[in-house]
Structures are given as C-alpha cells and as structure tokens.
Design a protein around this ligand. Structure first.
Ligand SMILES: [Fe+2]
Ligand SMILES: [Fe+2]
Length: 327
C-alpha cells in the first residue's frame, strides 16, 4: 500500500561535518564525561582502546571492498573499474546482486551485473550494499548468541532502509548502513570474548535498551560506542559512525538533531519493529498504536496509520535481507 507524506517534520539543521568528529564526540559527550562510580574515565577509555585494538586485529575491513568503496565514492570513476575491482572477490559481487534484487531495494527489472546495479540504483546505494556484504562477511562464522544477533543486524538494516525510503526521509544519511551496523559492537564483543551474553539477565537478549547497561557495568563502555569507533577506523561516513555510537543515547541524539537525530530515531524504530516481528510476524494493532507513541516514531514523524500501512513491506524486506545476507 502506497503511503503519502503530508508534511516534513520540523528538525534542527544538519551540523557541518567538522562538528561531527566521532573521536571528540565519543570521548567528550558520551559517557566518559558521566559519573561512573565503578571506574575512572581513564580506565574505561583504556578498556575500550584494548577492545578496539583486538577487534581491528581480528576483523580488518576487506581490501577489495575498501577499494571498490573508494572508486564508488568518485562520480568520475568508469563503471568498468568498479566491476574489475569487485571481480577480485566474487562473493562480494554475488552478495551485492542478491541484496540489490531484494525487497529493500526492489528494482523494476532484476539486476544482473555490477554495471546495471550502479547505473540503476546509483553508486551511493551500491557503495552501501558493498559495505554491508563486506562487513557481514566478517561474521559468517558467527555461532551461539552471535548468530541471532547477526540476523537481527541484517533485518534492522532492511527495516531502517524501508522506513526511510517509504517515508522519503531524504536527510537520513545511509539509513541501511546505520541499521545494519548498529549492533556491530556486540558481534565484536563476542568475537574478542569481552563478554558472555548468555550469563547476563535474559532480558539483555530479548529486549531493546538492556544489554548496553550490563556492558557499561562490566566493561566501562558499551557496544554502541565500540561499534562507532570501529566504523570510524574503517573510514565509514562520520554520521553513520555517530548514529551507531549514539543509538542508545536518544535524548542526546535528538537534541543534536540533523542526520544524527534522524538516523538514531530510524534505527531505534527498526529495532523495536524487529523485536516485535520475531514475537509476532503479523500486524498487531495494539503494538503499532504503542509504537507510534514511542519517542523515535514521534521524532521522525511516523503515525499509527503510516506504520500499519508499511508493515507488509517491512516484513518482506526484513525476510528477504535475511536470506540475501545469510545465504
Ligand atoms: Fe544496540
Ligand atoms: Fe539492536
């Protein structure tokens, strides 16, 4: 069902890129400046730096994808060069075409080559998808609690993308990547064995906004800020890294506004939708009524009627993304 958008919700202006430097915002404005009776800011900072170093050593971003992303960032790059770069890793090309043909991007005609994908979806979307395939490929070996977590990231990526695209959220920067990578830090924490989620209160795995509280208590930092630092090190756009770093800090993100406030609201909305879809795939009107009252829906301007109308497309996109990334 088509959804028409009656008006653009008023939001604060997007800040210049110079003011969105992740390292400064994380160090000074996340929780290192907050009071933490369990440890000093220096201890927390050292602990995060150690996890970051282990994570980067274990999971370097694939060079083929990095090269393709650099080429796709330059509008003057001939398509042939992008194809040649991606041909060095057939798994990335195959993943790109699977995702480009899924419901989250649904082209009018099936796409069968890198050139077609760039010409018809645009280099920015292809860049997002290549980043997705490369990043999720790092966690192909996920097992135990890592497996449902990786699937959650895949579905939230699709949900964030559809929420933004269907409601024409043009100021959102790379909503697909923000959703896909929002819990990257949890996958990394599992890989570096910093935390065993199975030992935490079960709600940490079944309810949003729970795990990060335990992580802070145990580690002095949380998955959101670790993920933000890793994305910064991978040279992803600063706004994507900051949305990821702040997705459990909605008050601060909405106060900041612009693409960060919008990105955080979309990710939080998608997160809630995914938890619900796993409990109950069909539309539940009571849930959607409550969702429309959530701060994220209110901030981004999604009414109960809009969310209800979008539900089938959201469900289809989430399911197809799961099989496109997981296969
Ligand atoms: Fe999270
Ligand atoms: Fe999540």
């Amino acid at each position: 069902m088509a959804v028409s958008k009656p008006h653009e919700p008023a939001r604060p202006p997007v800040l210049p890129a110079a003011e969105l430097r992740l390292s400064d915002s994380v160090r000074e404005q996340l929780w290192f400046g907050d009071e933490d009776p369990a440890r000093t800011a220096l201890e927390a900072s050292r602990s995060l730096a150690a996890a970051l170093s282990s994570a980067m050593g274990l999971k370097p971003f694939p060079a083929v994808a990095q090269r393709a992303i650099t080429l796709l960032s330059d509008p003057e790059t001939p398509l042939r060069k992008v194809r040649e770069a991606l041909e060095k890793d057939p798994a990335i090309t195959a993943g790109l075409l699977r995702i480009a043909n899924s419901a989250a991007y649904r082209p009018r005609q099936p796409l069968s080559s890198v050139e077609e994908a760039v010409q018809r979806l645009g280099s920015r979307h292809v860049l997002e998808i290549v980043t997705c395939v490369a990043a999720m490929g790092l966690f192909k070996d996920a097992k135990g609690v890592g497996l449902p977590l990786r699937d959650h990231c895949s579905r939230v990526g699709a949900l964030t993308r559809v929420l933004a695209a269907e409601w024409h959220q043009r100021t959102a920067d790379s909503p697909f990547l923000c959703g896909l990578l929002h819990d990257l830090g949890k996958l990394l924490l599992i890989q570096v064995s910093s935390i065993d989620y199975r030992t935490l209160d079960p709600k940490a795995l079944t309810q949003p906004d729970e795990a990060f509280v335990h992580e802070r208590a145990l580690l002095g930092y949380d998955h959101a800020v670790l993920g933000g630092h890793v994305l910064d090190a991978w040279k992803l756009p600063a706004s994507v890294a900051e949305v990821v770093a702040w997705h459990h800090q909605p008050g601060r993100a909405y106060e900041r506004g612009g693409e960060v406030g919008l990105g955080v609201s979309l990710v939080r909305l998608a997160n809630l939708i995914d938890y619900q879809m796993r409990r109950e795939p069909a539309v539940n009107e009571a849930f959607i009524a409550a969702l429309a009252q959530d701060g994220a829906a209110q901030y981004a301007g999604y009414s109960e009627a809009v969310l209800c109308a979008m539900w089938p497309k959201l469900k289809q996109a989430a399911d197809e993304m799961l099989s496109a990334i997981g296969s």
